[in-house]
Design a protein around this ligand. Sequence first.
Ligand SMILES: Cc1cc2nc3c(=O)[nH]c(=O)nc-3n(C[C@H](O)[C@H](O)[C@H](O)COP(=O)(O)OP(=O)(O)OC[C@H]3O[C@@H](n4cnc5c(N)ncnc54)[C@H](O)[C@@H]3O)c2cc1C
Length: 398
Amino acid sequence: MTQVVIVGAGPTGLTLAMLLAKRGIAVKLIEASRSFRRVFRGEALMPSGLEAIAQMGLWDLVERIPHRPLNAWEFYIENRPIFRVNEPMELGGKPCTLISQPAFLEEVGVKAKQCESFELIQGTAVQELLWQNERVSGVKLGDGRAIAADIVIGADGRNSIVRQRANLPLKQEYQSFDILWFTLPTSPQFASENVFYSLLCGRQGFGVFQGSQGNLQVGWSLPKNEPIEWQKLNWAEKLASASPDWLATHFRQQASIERPLLLSIVVGRCPHWQIPGLLLLGDAAHPMSPIRAQGINMALRDVVVAANYLVPLLQSQPNFATIDAVLPQIQAQREPEIIQIQQLQQAEVAQAEQLRNNALMRYGVSRLAPLIQSKIRQSWLDRQLQLRQGFTQVYLTV
Ligand SMILES: Cc1cc2nc3c(=O)[nH]c(=O)nc-3n(C[C@H](O)[C@H](O)[C@H](O)COP(=O)(O)OP(=O)(O)OC[C@H]3O[C@@H](n4cnc5c(N)ncnc54)[C@H](O)[C@@H]3O)c2cc1C
């Protein structure tokens, strides 16, 4: 039987392993961490990712785990409301939904473990690739074990060791900011509806929403070219000073705000996602910006396309040449959408930067909001269609 080894049990690796194992393909999934709990895991899913989950037959599972749809998006500049868009948007599809990623991974893992052809090796990292006749033939783990494979799939995220060991360079795009992430008790404001607030006040920008578990999540944009000693700041006051009154009161009511988590942003693409015997998918091939929550969605859509190619191939007892011939086709089908989505994300960042760097523009937009609101709203909405639904149709056919 053809043996697949997948490195990394994030959204990419675990869902692909489950789909392949359910179809009788032998899969070993190797995950460095002992559990699916993480200090931080993104959890916003767009209709494109939700649709991929449904096609994978995992929608029932989502209903059972902590999840929370968004009711609306609201934008504030200089503490004045600019515009609001309700979910689900008039663009169609399901509402953007926050799904607990550890719970999701845990449950997908349970499904995969029901398959005889599936094995999870957890708590030990892949350190090296094994090679035979200039083709990848397996992986070597931190504990010294060697695992043979007919095909290795690198799904080990943005700092992928598999990518580095395969000498597949990542073309990185400069990102002007990192993110400071806070988790706080929720505010009564979120009791009746979960709004994703984007706030820009002076040169300070951040997002606030209620996460899948009911806590308030705050992502503060930290410009790379304006270093501050963020560890020493009084964050309750800092957040309050850039917030409308109701939110400022909530921040000030917190006895203390724990030191945030610094999440460094890596965005880029590998020109080549594959070499003989090896394929990269998800963030390992194309680390995504957190802007408009695309990474998990793109990862799940990679998985659907990869499964469409790999399942019939691997069920047919292929030789190495046949396997290697299919891998570039997966990249060819996914790459155009990834390029376009990354460009759209960059355009969203550029627009926010323009406002951040131009006090006059901020003042004008905030004062004229009642007059120009519907135009700005429409222009934002026009840019959201592909960020919600993707650029191409992706259907699971196996
Ligand atoms: C601040 C921030 C917020 C984000 N928010 C969102 C969001 O709300 N919605 C969204 O869609 N996207 C979001 N993203 C992007 C999203 O997190 C990623 O695009 C997505 O997690 C990619 O999934 P993946 O499975 O490819 O990689 P990962 O989720 O990174 O999973 C990789 C897995 O591989 C394991 N691993 C790593 N190295 C090894 C090794 N050597 N051996 C074995 N295992 C290994 C890791 O432990 C991990 O479990 C955000 C990103 C950032 C930075």
